[in-house]
Each structure stands twice: as structure tokens, then as C-alpha cells.
Design a protein. Sequence first.
Length: 219
Amino acid sequence: MDYIKLPGQIAANSFDMITAEMAELGLSVPKRTEPIVQRVIHSTADFEYANLLKFHPQAIDAGLAAIRAGKAVISDVNMVRIGISVPRLAEFGSGVNCYVATPEARVLATTHGITRSAAGMRLAQQENLLDGSILVIGNAPTALYEALELHQQGIATPALIIGAPVGFIGAAESKDVLMAQTEIPWIATQGRKGGSPVAVSIVNALLRMATDEHANVID
């Protein structure tokens, strides 16, 4: 069988195709958001994300600043945690935290009648990690709602929320609430679509941007 074997060539060809097909479809996005949009399309093969991805005006700057400051990255589920580039985060002295599968989350969820992912947000707050963090929601609308409620109560304010929960119950609605507020910068997928691969792609695109811009400063 004849096929492309080199990973670098596969990636380069893929992004060339994405650029070309976006042009053919008449899809254009601001230059600043293009690396994120294209990486999400690369991970999903879904060009609808060129229109579904929405950005708070300060989102990218806030995300890059938090990465460079070594702020914690908190995910709602382990599928998101596993996909985020730990080596790139380590360059800035940070890592990924996820509490959804911990015994503490199970106890908290059972005691208060909430989901384990929502309990994970409370645990992140108890560890003093939620405030100033990059919060990445790729699965659970309840985790997004919980984080927004903690902010409304004046308890913790993330530096950036990446809101990409997927599904039918609360997914679109939780993102509407996120995008309606202006105090916390956000990157979100409008409507029901999203998921762990989308959330991971957004974070990894920001990490690449932070790494490349850092390298340019050094050079």
C-alpha cells in the first residue's frame, strides 16, 4: 500500500488541505484565531467549527498570559487531561489537574447531589487552583455551571474558560451562559457540538502559540 508515513508530512499536508478547503468554502476567520480554528478542524474534520467557535475579545491574550505565568490548567474529565500536551505545559512550569475520578469527588457528589465533574470544580477551588487558572470543559455542562456559580459568588475567577461541552442536556445552554458574561474571557463552541477532542485542540493550539511566541522573543 502506498501512503504517507512521515508524521510531519501528514500534519503539514493536513493543514494545507484545511487552508485550501476553507478558502473553497468561503470560510475566513481572524488571523489571531486561525491557529485555534484550524487545529479544531484538524481534530474533527468538521469545517462547521469555523463558524461555531466563538472568542471573547481578550480570550487569547488572557490564555497566553496564564500559560506564560505557569497557571494551573484544570479539566473536567480525564479524557481532556490526557490529551493536553504535558511537555509544552512543563516548559512554563505548569501541569493539568483533574479531580473527577478522585474519591473526594465521589463523596462530595453523593453528599451534595451533584455530578462528580461539578464536585471536581469545588475541589479545584479548595486546592486554591481554580482562581486564575485555565479551565477546560470538554464534556460536562455541570462543571461549567459550577465554575460560573463559584465566580458569581466571588469565590474563584479563572483567567480563561474553554467551554466546549457536548451533548443534549445543558451543553448549549451552559455555553450560552458563559458567553453572555463578560468578566471571564472565554473560548466556546456554540450549540450542542464540542467534546474532549475540541477542548484539547484549543488548549494545545494556545500552547503552541505561547511556545512559538516565546521562542521568537528568545531568538
